[in-house]
Design a protein around this ligand. Structure first.
Ligand SMILES: Nc1ncnc2c1ncn2[C@@H]1O[C@H](COP(=O)(O)OP(=O)(O)O)[C@@H](O)[C@H]1O
Ligand SMILES: [Mg+2]
Length: 333
């Protein structure tokens, strides 16, 4: 039996209902103990130690973090230690897609997921290359529809580019922006263009006339679904708080979600689906290492082995469902 090494940042593994609220690790530990696994905790900063040697016979289990600096640090450490290795769960590529919708869209194409067509761009406010409207503009990070807007024309595009450039700029980049104005006056346009601040964003095809989307959580072979209504006068559902608990689950959606989980090579995942006019479901977003548990916690039924089961009295805690799916993944044939 492989040893499990649980990675943490200051004791934080992954989110519960609030992004800053850690899941109950004592429940996770009980599940691993009951299954007879040896496990230990390791801080990312120790994984980053110059003398640290990765134990190739162990499984490293990672969550993530929504604090941008911490997220960058985790991505650096995991990329360096696990590129070319296959003992990180969830897999490194999907961990890099957390808080980065650009990586997410490209990865979705690499893995042939049923994802709404999306391009990853970098552009300055002065020189936006996009000319085809409408489309959905997505900043790389954020949740609850923050940074997601519908772009009808060049004016709206410039507004989103300006906001994204400003929000992502470091003090050093802002200083560079001021210097750039000087450079232009001093006839150093080439250098100014080279150093000009840029915004990274996604351009996703707009699916019109949606009144809701589906948040689907997959834990190995168990599927939970929550329907989320679009806000009034808006096209966005995420963060609306208009939840419709599902009393039955469409088997087409559940089977598609399980296929996506398999393609993502992860024990569990969170998938946001929209419905096309054809009736087909398509993904607009996915997460593996860090996602909210509300869909599982509020569910009154789940889908498994072609059946929809009612949850009567004993609702399993999120941590237990998460850990059991992780163990099933380890024990897969
Ligand atoms: N391509 C799209 N077409 C139509 N609506 C979309 C599209 N992408 C996102 N939305 C709407 O915007 C919301 C937020 O988008 P999403 O990418 O899920 O961002 P977040 O990370 O904030 O959840 C979704 O819940 C959905 O209602
Ligand atoms: Mg979403």
């Amino acid at each position: 039996m492989k040893k499990i090494i649980i990675l943490q940042h200051n004791g934080f593994f992954t989110q519960h209902l609030k992004e800053y609220q850690n899941i109950d690790m004592s429940l996770v530990c009980s599940e691993l103990e009951n299954a007879g696994y040896e496990f230990e905790f390791l801080e990312y900063k120790h994984l980053a130690d110059y003398h640290y040697k990765v134990d190739d016979s162990a499984i490293y289990w990672t969550g993530s973090h929504q604090n941008i600096s911490v997220k960058h640090y985790i991505s650096d450490v995991l990329t360096t230690r696990f590129i070319g290795r296959n003992n990180l769960v969830p897999a490194l590529d999907t961990v890099l897609a957390h808080e980065n919708k650009g990586v997410m869209g490209m990865l979705a194409a690499e893995k042939a997921l049923p994802f709404v067509a999306q391009n990853y761009h970098i552009s300055s406010v002065e020189n936006p290359s996009l000319t085809k409207f409408p489309f959905v503009f997505k900043a790389l990070g954020g949740a609850g529809s923050k940074g997601v807007s519908l772009i009808h024309d060049r004016k709206l595009l410039l507004k989103s580019l300006r906001t994204t450039t400003f929000l992502e700029a470091s003090v050093r980049e802002m200083r560079e922006g001021v210097k750039n104005r000087l450079r232009k006056w001093l006839n150093r346009k080439k250098q100014a263009d080279y150093l000009m601040q840029q915004a990274r964003f996604c351009e996703q095809a707009f699916i019109p006339n949606l009144s809701s989307d589906y948040k689907v959580l997959v834990f190995w072979d168990k599927v939970y679904v929550l329907k989320r209504g679009v806000r009034e006068g808006d096209f966005r559902a995420s963060g609306s708080g208009q939840f419709e608990v599902q009393h039955t689950i469409d088997s087409t959606l559940a089977e598609l979600a399980m296929e996506c989980r398999e393609k993502l090579n992860t024990p569990y995942c969170s998938l946001d689906f929209v419905t096309l006019e054809s009736g087909n479901y398509q993904l607009i977003e996915f997460q593996t290492c860090h996602f909210g548990p509300y869909t599982q916690i509020s569910a009154v039924c789940f889908y498994q082995s072609s059946n929809c089961y009612k949850i009567e009295t004993s609702h399993l805690p999120f941590e237990v469902v998460l850990s059991r799916s992780f163990l099933k993944y380890l024990e897969r044939a």
